[in-house]
Structure formats: structure tokens, C-alpha cells
Write a protein that binds this ligand. Structure first.
Ligand SMILES: [Zn+2]
Length: 306
């Protein structure tokens, strides 16, 4: 229920003014869809697509490794109030999301429109053919870091808008308009980013963890290897020596890239050996000062690679 009373220069009785404030505060709270995003990239996208109808909270920030956080009580209480969750899926949050879901609201349970995993809608890379957990692989369902291919963002935005409409049908027209605006802006940005893709094909790269696979796949960069031994297993001296051998055999000087949350010791060692400073790519929204939203994130990442 909305009661529109102008409060300002027009004289209004104190009681009505107070009443209208209470009512508008109540309807504001009731109208807002609470979204618990697992990572900053999804929080940012949810805000783009939900506009003023949603209240978004990100469970992690850019300096946290989303593989390894704890389902702490404050997150559980967010999950209890959540109307929707928006997460990467494909096992990225395997260590903590199941607990949040289990203790969370009925609206975010698997199968409900409020349960949204981005990886369910895109082509997942690096799905293992043989699963050997003794290697400590934290990517048993393939690579869950799906957001760094902008074409994935487009697909995920569309699917998420459909869910918003299922959860909050009253605002269908608004969600449709927000999605259309985002989509046309995003498509124009992709066109700009892809203007000189050929430049990236000559690049080679070494990363700490396979959190840049979708970016590398999109840009056609030649990946020489990962600093960690396996996803989730820190580097050993033998592994680093082997990687250095691969780099030397490639006759290229790769970009050594880490995220704001990766350990940097291995990258520092390799950097010293090949005489090229490693670069910290923002990886997600908030990963550096410039990456304030998804558009900035891609602008900034591509600028750092060049
Ligand atoms: Zn990972």
C-alpha cells in the first residue's frame, strides 16, 4: 500500500506526516527483495538488474578467496532473511554455501526460484574426466570462476532477470526494463572490448590459480601454467622449477597474474627469474580502486593486460 503525501513546504498535520512515514517505511521494507550474493561480481549484477527493488548483500569481498570462507553466524542470519541467493555454483562455495542454504529461508532452497547458481546456465570449462580427490582438487565440477567471460555475464543476466520476475512479479515491467538497459550497455561494452582481440592472441600467461580461465579462453591467451600445483594445493619448489622450465621452453615472457587474494610468494619467485613484475588483476568488483562495477572490472583487467 502506498500513500502519497507531500511532506515539505505544504502544511501537513504532524500525525498524518508521521503516519505516512511509518507506512512508506513499511512498504519500502516489504517491497525490497533481499538478495544474498556469494561474491562481489554477482552482488554488482544483482544491483544492476534489481535496481531499487532489491537489497543486496555480498557474502565475500574481493580480498577473500571464495573457496575458503566460513559459514559464520552473521551470514547464516542473512540467509534466513534472504529471498534469493546468487552464487557462482559449480562447487566454488562447496565449503560454506550448503550450510547457509540448510539454515536459510525456505525461499532459497534448491528448486525454488530464489536459488540461483550462475554456473548452471553457462558452459563450464575444465570439467575433469577423472575425479581424483586425493589430489585435493577444489574444482571437481569443472571451473566455477565463470564471470570473467563477458558473454557469460549476458546469459546470466537474462536468466537472473527471469528469476527476479518469478520472485517479484509485481515489478516485472521494471525488471524487464532494467535488463534491457543493462543488456544493451553490456553488448556495446563487449563490442568495445573485442575491437582488438587479436592483440591478446600473442600473449602468454602464468596464473596462480585457475580463476582466470574464462578470461584466458575468451581472449585466446596462451596459458603456460598455474603456480599452485593443483587447484587448492600451494606451490612446491619442484613445481615452480618445472613451471620455469615450461616458460623458458616457450620462448615467451608471460604475464604472471594473481588475484588480490592469492598468495604471492610463488609469483614473486618466478617474476625474479624471468625479470618481469607480476601483476595483480582485480578479478572481481572491488578488486582494486578502479573496479567499482562490472564494466570497470573488464575495462581495468584489459588495460592491465595490455
Ligand atoms: Zn577455483
Amino acid at each position: 500500500m502506498h500513500i502519497n503525501i507531500k511532506i515539505g513546504k505544504a502544511p501537513v498535520s504532524g500525525l498524518i506526516a508521521a503516519l505516512s512515514l511509518v507506512l512508506s517505511a513499511a512498504s519500502f521494507a516489504a517491497d525490497n527483495i533481499n538478495i544474498l550474493a556469494c561474491e562481489p561480481e554477482w552482488a554488482s549484477l544483482a544491483e544492476e538488474l534489481g535496481g531499487s527493488h532489491v537489497k543486496v548483500f555480498s557474502a565475500t569481498h574481493a580480498k577473500q578467496n571464495p573457496h575458503f570462507i566460513r559459514a559464520r553466524p552473521s551470514l547464516i542470519s542473512k540467509a534466513r532473511r534472504a529471498d534469493m541467493i546468487m552464487c557462482s555454483g559449480a562447487g566454488l562455495e562447496a565449503g560454506w554455501l550448503p550450510i547457509l542454504i540448510q539454515k536459510g529461508s525456505s525461499r532459497i532452497q534448491p528448486g525454488k526460484p530464489g536459488y540461483f547458481l550462475a554456473a548452471d546456465f553457462v558452459q563450464v570449462l575444465e570439467i575433469p574426466t577423472v575425479l581424483d580427490r586425493s589430489l585435493g582438487d577444489i574444482h571437481p565440477e569443472g571451473n566455477p570462476h565463470v564471470h570473467l567471460n563477458p558473454h557469460n555475464i549476458l546469459i546470466i543476466a537474462n536468466e537472473f532477470t527471469k528469476r527476479l520476475i518469478r520472485v517479484d512479479g509485481n515489478n516485472q515491467a521494471s525488471y524487464t526494463a532494467l535488463n534491457e538497459a543493462f543488456t544493451s550497455k553490456w553488448k556495446a561494452a563487449i563490442e568495445k572490448w573485442e575491437q582488438d582481440l587479436s592483440g591478446y592472441k600473442n600473449l602468454s600467461m602464468v596464473i596462480y590459480h585457475k580463476n582466470f580461465s574464462y578470461l584466458i579462453d575468451w581472449l585466446g591467451i596462451n596459458l603456460l601454467g598455474s603456480i599452485e600445483v593443483k587447484p587448492g594445493i600451494p606451490p612446491t619448489a619442484a613445481h615452480l622449477e618445472e613451471l620455469l622450465g615450461v616458460i623458458r621452453n616457450s620462448n615467451s615472457t608471460p604475464i604472471i597474474a594473481v588475484t588480490p587474494y592469492d598468495a604471492t610468494k610463488g609469483a614473486e619467485w618466478l617474476s625474479g627469474k624471468i625479470n618481469k613484475t607480476y601483476v595483480t588483476l582485480p578479478y572481481t568488483v572491488g578488486g582494486d580502486e578502479q573496479s567499482k562495477n562490472l564494466f570497470d572490472l573488464f575495462d581495468r583487467t584489459l588495460a592491465l593486460l595490455k
